[in-house]
Design a binder for this molecule. Sequence first.
Ligand code: AMP
Ligand code: ZN
Length: 486
Amino acid sequence: MKQNLFVYNTLTRTKEGFVPLNAPYVGMYVCGPTVYSDAHMGNARTYISFDLIFRYLTHLGYKVRYVRNITDAGHLEGDADEGEDKISKKAKLSKLEPMEIVQTYTVGFHEVMKILNVLPPSIEPTATGHIIEQIELVKEILAKGYAYEVDGSVYFDVEKYNQAHDYGILSGRHLEDLLTNTRTLGGQDEKRGKLDFALWIKAKPEHLMKWPSPWGVGFPGWHLECSAMSNKYLGEQFDIHGGGLDLIPTHHTNEVAQNMASCGKNPAKYWIHTNMLTVNGQKMSKSLGNSFLPHELFSGNNAILNKGYSPMMVRFFMMQAHYRSTLDFSNDAMEASEKGFKRLMNAFTLLDGLTPSATTEVDIQALQSRCYEALNDDFNSPVLIAELFEASRIINSVHDNKLKIDEANLTLLKKVMQDFAIDILGLKSEQAATDELPKVMDFLVQLRSEAKVNRDYATSDKIRDGLQKIGFQLKDSKEGTTWNKI
Ligand code: AMP
Ligand code: ZN
């Protein structure tokens, strides 16, 4: 394994591109979060969608090298290289080091991903950890004549690039349209063309995150990191590049331009873009003020929500829509989805208790093939779920002695449920955990009471504060102690 990794990296570093070794490798790069605030449910939808793709390709036997970056520098507030760096701005507001902001939200992001059963990627590189690679890339683009330097900043020359390549290849938009719809440059602008974008930005003295470079002290443009890091870990061209579709017009368009300009290759064979999670038809976004956080959805603690939903239920809700369709959030849709989720999970728990008959009235192999067909058709999770509902109907009928299934079909049915519901859709039964919770809580309340009786207040406070931290509140009264989820 180690040897493979070494050979693979050597190949990518010598710029020979993605070369499958003995095993069928798949290289997948997904644009990760900018860690200046909590990831909202819309962000989570995108990562859940790619988790399904990661899980399914792995299930099929591919060795997937899944790279999902962390943007911890260089993402400015405005798309046109204006405004402050989002992380530095938050750091100044909170009077913290930028890296403290990065640490806080990276940890939070990982926690949410874990709760939602999103598998960690194979490599999670950061922009700040790859400044040297980014500087090298700027040098290459300059050497190819597609960038120019002005007073310590370096810009990509879009119009020149478009003479040899198609700048709008991803978005399907022509340069002329883009030029008409972009505001004209101001007198202060250093850019030569309206669509030019920054590869390297000169840092003002007060700028917090900055590095030395051949052009002076500055920081990389946001699009640069993904070109540099995907190239480093997956080669000049790899299989899948993804992100939300809001990234197409600027971030991914500019990424393609950077890669084409430096090495003449579009980085990905397949671009996969997930559609947006919307609220009342509007994209969920922090700036629109209609976003809510995963933990608010779990606890129900947001004015938009009628109640809270379990993380697995939320994951199931996301999977019920195809990744290329918009998914509109509403309480009604969640409630409808919750019924389906419970039906599926109940069926799963019945499986072990089913008794096979000598004969069979069902053909599970056909069902299994349909599950594969669904996912082979552009990872069509809603069609897969419809097949799993059919599996649940079979399980319930066998359980009620209304349908016969033989040993071989029953074994296959168990495999289909395990493979598709648990391993690929990434759902877990939450029944056991919620059933046991009151017992565990009562035990902790009891321990705390004993500590108090023994005047061991350090321990009793530790239990109360520890529970508070993970979202449980204890209330003392004359009748005793009760607990509730915050
Ligand atoms: P950001 O941290 O803003 O760069 O976003 C991280 C990822 O979440 C990107 O791939 C975005 O395209 C994606 N994203 C942002 N808003 C939504 C949304 N409402 N629905 C689905 N994906 C989103
Ligand atoms: Zn990116």
